[in-house]
Design a protein around this ligand. Structure first.
Ligand code: CU
Length: 228
């Protein structure tokens, strides 16, 4: 009898304890979970959010729209500079009424930026092949170092064509843009590999991991272009 009770207690604690532990998971990648607060998703850099104690059994759709938190209205119309040193208003000149993909890079990065940028290059080529009109935007997370001249060299190195704009500018303004797009970081090396993809005309927004295959990213862009 005692043994049976002890067994029951062990069984109960096994069943109950995990359910009481807080779980955090990535809004874009539900398979990425942690029991610790404040973690970021290694796939897209988004902060993990707390989940209810009951794990979801329904699989999440792969391209979950970021509609719960994001809208064109959140994008600032801040004056910024492109790689030619031309002043543009971020929202009205680069985003408004367009199908866009935005990534976050810095020219002196030796880690992930070369891959993110090479991916964008292939996205640009593939979108062109498929007749899809898109605006690519690479926002510098290190605007103090990344002058328009540096960005121009960087763009040339990756054979960027018209329709791909590299953005820098006054640090406070760029910080405001990064903040609004969910890509603000204290240390440039911690920048997110996330790509923000949207149809600004219809206010449809989603996010993707920056090292997803270029074909898949173009699929997501094509899907965004069709969204009402
Ligand atoms: Cu980087």
């Amino acid at each position: 009898m005692k043994l049976a009770i002890a067994f029951l207690i062990v069984l109960l604690s096994v069943a109950v304890i995990p359910a009481q532990t807080s779980r955090y998971s990535c809004p874009m990648h539900p398979e990425v979970t942690s029991t610790r607060k404040g973690r970021k998703c290694p796939k897209c850099g988004m902060a993990l959010t707390r989940q209810s104690a009951q794990p979801k059994t329904e699989p999440e759709p792969e391209n979950k729209p970021a509609t719960d938190s994001f809208s064109s209205l959140k994008i600032p119309d801040t004056p910024v500079l492109d790689q030619s040193g031309k002043e543009l208003n971020f929202y009205s000149d680069l985003v408004k009424d367009k199908v866009v993909a935005i990534n976050f890079v810095f020219t002196t990065c030796t880690a992930i930026c070369p891959s993110l940028t090479a991916t964008f290059r292939r996205v640009q080529q593939e979108a062109k092949t498929r007749g899809l009109e898109v605006q690519l935007i690479s926002v510098s997370v290190d605007p103090t170092t990344d002058t328009p001249e540096r960005l121009k060299d960087f763009a040339a190195k990756f054979k960027a064509e018209p329709g791909w704009t590299f953005v820098t500018g006054e640090k406070t303004r760029i910080d405001a843009v990064l903040q609004a797009l969910g890509a603000a970081v204290n240390n440039r090396n911690d920048h997110t590999p996330m790509i923000l993809i949207g149809n600004a005309g219809t206010d449809y927004w989603t996010r993707a991991y920056g090292l997803t295959s270029p074909a898949k990213i173009v699929d997501i862009l094509a899907d965004a272009a069709k969204r009402q």
